[in-house]
Design a protein around this ligand. Structure first.
Ligand code: GSH
Length: 205
């Protein structure tokens, strides 16, 4: 059975849990004991040399980085579906999805995610810079979603799953979501998907 190492309050862990649930894949969740630095232990560093989470273990295959894990799951398991809209085989679609995986691990995690980590967990971060850049990021994503139903293609894809958590959680980082009607419409579409699960901190309006 697939094993997922992570933490319930981690948005990067949640995006993997969300795709596993949408794909109806059974797995074992291994909650890391971060208070005792389990994620920096020799045993865990053998799985994830960065000492970060999440990490996915599928028999002998070990994948770290939540974006890479989404690609793996969507390719391996969703390819059994009649139509793999999560990560289609078309060159253009793959490139468009990869753009958004980069945004998820770039602006979204580094600004929206880090502002939240600072206010919620006390992690080191320049809060003012993260909030300013986070607001700038929300503005251009709002413009994009005003003209597009989903981030990358005309169907839900792993681009949406990768970007959703830290946008939906950004108010915990002191970044308001007021007035972003296209982003709220996109939240509703994601939250209506069959198999959707939430995480602590996401507000449902
Ligand atoms: N790009 C990585 C980032 C992973 C990451 O920074 N995870 C955080 C939790 S959400 C973490 O491991 N923090 C603990 C640490 O860095 O020591 C991913 O998407 O998986």
């Amino acid at each position: 059975m697939i094993k997922l190492y992570g933490l319930d309050v981690s948005g990067n862990t949640y995006k993997v849990k969300l795709l596993l649930s949408l794909l109806n894949i059974k797995y074992q969740f291994i909650k890391l004991d971060v208070n005792n630095q389990q994620h920096k232990s020799d045993a865990y560093l053998k799985l994830n040399p960065r000492g970060e989470f999440p990490t996915l273990e599928d028999k002998t295959i070990v994948i770290w980085d939540s974006q890479a894990i989404l690609v793996y799951l969507a390719k391996k398991h969703a390819s059994l579906l009649e139509e793999n809209h999560w990560y289609p085989d078309d060159a253009k679609d793959m490139a468009l999805i990869t753009q958004w995986l980069t945004v998820a691990n770039g602006e979204i995690f580094n600004f929206l995610g880090k502002a939240r980590s600072k206010l919620k967990f006390g992690y080191e971060c320049d809060l003012e810079l993260a909030q300013t850049q986070g607001n700038r990021t929300l503005k251009w994503i709002e413009r994009h979603l005003s003209n597009n139903s989903w981030l990358a293609t005309d169907k839900p894809s792993i681009a949406d799953i990768a970007c959703y958590p830290y946008i939906a959680l950004c108010e915990e980082g002191g970044i308001s979501l007021d007035g972003y009607s296209a982003i709220h419409g996109w939240f509703q579409k994601i939250e209506s998907l069959s198999g959707y699960i939430t995480m602590p901190g996401i507000k449902h309006r």
